[in-house]
Ligand binder design. Structure first.
Ligand code: DGY
Length: 319
């Protein structure tokens, strides 16, 4: 039977599917498979099921003579050297679609939480500062009727925009080459990034991390944004220049950031973002619902099973 290495314990449905026709080895630790173990396992594996926290680079691919499939348990695949895998004839898969709604729900929740300062409000109660109802404390911003800028109008960006229609928001977007019909249905306007940055009250990022999007929001972008703007990032931390974000939040170039993702991850405890009241940070939870993580496991397993049979993966990211 082919040998499959799974770098973290994922929900059982996907693992059970693999076990029907493969020898499956699963790293049982709370933290990612250590690099030396991953290299040893890859050397023997026909397929590996990886997390976004595993670096699948040329050194690993070179150490894996039998490897036929790398199946990432995520829609994003910036942790994998896809070009290197392709050169070596290794198929790379991801898990799109099944996590679209969970991630858009989470981005919308982050937007609402930042607008209404829920992180600060919770700390206020826990620290015993709630002495009475207060007419002017912890005032937030209106979401209903505000302008939302969606950077990256793919599946998740569109799902975010769909939610925003329920809040009567004006929706601006960039990207999404084939998004015209959905944009028309949602009443969303395609604009240049600069217009989006200047006119949006809320800016939500939904682009993959690529050489083109790395540091997309930097010093200049923050200067264009409204002083009241709220940034929501559920995409990848590297899309935002962290140092520029710290300055923007400290100097009031923007009002607030809600970050599901950081650069690096996990965020080091001495990162200045952790000292700012106007920054809400949670630990990369976009797809974190029971049903979604289960479905991701099934797709990741199906990608492996197809690749081991020499078939095209149902969700293949090789060019
Ligand atoms: C992804 O799938 O890329 C998310 O960031 C985690 O589920």
């Amino acid at each position: 039977m082919p040998r499959v290495y799974v770098t973290r314990k994922i929900p059982p449905t996907g693992l059970d599917l693999l076990r029907q026709s493969c020898d499956v080895y699963v790293w049982d630790g709370e933290l990612p498979t250590p690099r030396d173990v991953l290299l040893e396992e890859a050397a023997q594996a026909d397929a590996i099921l990886t997390m976004l926290s595993d670096r699948i680079d040329s050194a690993l691919l070179d150490a894996a003579p039998n490897l036929k499939v790398v199946s990432n348990y995520a829609v994003g695949f910036d942790n994998i050297d896809v070009a290197g895998a392709t050169e070596r004839g290794i198929a790379v898969g991801n898990t799109p679609g099944v996590l679209t709604d969970a991630t858009a729900d989470h981005a919308f929740a982050m937007m609402l939480a930042a607008a209404r300062r829920l992180g600060e409000a919770e700390r206020y109660v826990h620290q015993g500062e709630w002495k009475t109802w207060h007419p002017t404390k912890l005032l937030g911003q209106d979401v209903f009727g505000a302008t939302l800028g969606v950077v990256g109008f793919g599946r998740i960006g569109q799902a975010m925009a769909r939610r925003a229609t329920g809040f009567n928001m004006r929706i601006l977007y960039t990207g999404g080459s084939s998004a015209g019909a959905v944009a028309a249905e949602l009443g969303a306007e395609a604009v240049e990034l600069e217009t989006l940055l200047r006119e949006s009250d809320f800016i939500s990022l939904h682009v993959p991390l690529t050489p083109d999007t790395k540091g997309l929001l930097g010093v200049d972008a923050f200067k264009m944004m409204k002083e009241t703007a709220i940034l929501v990032n559920t995409a990848r931390g590297g899309v935002v220049d962290s140092a520029a974000l710290v300055t923007a939040l400290q100097e009031g170039q923007i009002a607030y950031a809600a970050l599901d993702v950081t650069d690096p991850e996990p965020i080091p405890m001495d990162n200045p973002l952790l000292t700012l009241d106007n920054c809400l940070i949670v630990p990369h939870l976009g797809s974190a619902t029971t049903t979604t993580r289960d479905r991701m496991g099934v797709i990741a397993a199906e990608n492996i099973l197809a690749g081991l049979k020499g078939e095209t993966l149902p969700f293949c990211v090789n060019p």
